[in-house]
Design a protein around this ligand. Sequence first.
Ligand code: AMP
Ligand code: TRP
Length: 343
Amino acid sequence: MTDDAPAYAGPRRILSGIQASGALHLGNYLGALKRFVALQDAAPTFVFVADLHAITVWQDPAVLTAQTREIAAAYIASGLDPARSTIFPQSAVSAHSELAWILNCVARLGWLDRMTQFKEKSGKHKERASVGLYTYPVLQAADILLYKATEVPVGEDQKQHLELTRDIAAKFNTDFGVPCFFPLPEPVIQGPATRVMSLRDGSAKMSKSDPSDQSRINLTDDADAIAAKIRKAKTDPEPLPETADGLADRPEARNLVAIYAALSDQTREQVIAQFGGQGFGAFKPALADLAVSALAPVTAEMRRLMDDPAEIDRVLKDGAERAAAIADPVVDEVKKIVGFWRG
Ligand code: AMP
Ligand code: TRP
């Protein structure tokens, strides 16, 4: 958009989602969950469980239902307040699928061909990937634009999808001559841990799909498992540097310092000021203690909620109704703009 284009004048809204596939890990907690909680007082916040996105790769139906509740439990346990933030399953608001179809007809094949996440997820045999996996980023754009969200807190890996969302919003606004209809949402990729790396390999992202459970701290791990994984985390033989710049070529050390910083709400510089010059023999136990004490209340509350699925279901049902009350009128307006018959 050029500087002289009219600006979107709607209210601030914050929105994000996490896929209902695989167990949640420390990367999700620091890159996403903790950030949502930090933002929820700034503006109305919408946080959903991305079950439509999850089925772009095979999901066992019973497991999908359980994962949906588990992610909702993680939202609440991390500190999202269901009275203030709208927490819901994506598939329970049918407007997501409706808008996604319309935006599929706005997005260009060439734009999707550039998406690196599709290339990573489809692997060597892209002809065997589902069509849904290919149009996944368009559904994500629909999720965001349906609520006219202005800010989207995510980890670093979602940056390209957010850029695509902005391109789709701008093309829709231009094609249909409605310059301020959709906002161009801002990605909010902030904090010391926007890309938490594997504990076994400082050059690979911590991920649900890594076959090694030692590579990640799961939100369901108990204190002993967390401490053991940190103790065994890959490091180099040098002590921690005296300045944060000294972490530049040391991916494993950099990752552990970033995790410490994010868990203790400090900057990497502050962590280095405290631990610079010390070896991992001293730093790892401090990190393990911090991780256990930061995560224990979250995992305990998650377990409590998982034992009370009725409470989770009440939150999801109420959230779906509140979300639909915002989303349905927007999709109706879109249908009118596109020229669909309305009787
Ligand atoms: P996903 O689990 O792929 O649905 O991701 C949910 C959220 O967690 C998104 O905002 C991701 O960007 C974020 N996320 C996933 N993995 C990491 C990681 N290793 N470091 C930081 N953020 C992450
Ligand atoms: N694609 C995101 C991920 O894997 C999840 C997601 C789906 C999302 N829809 C979204 C994130 C809308 C932010 C906004 O992490």
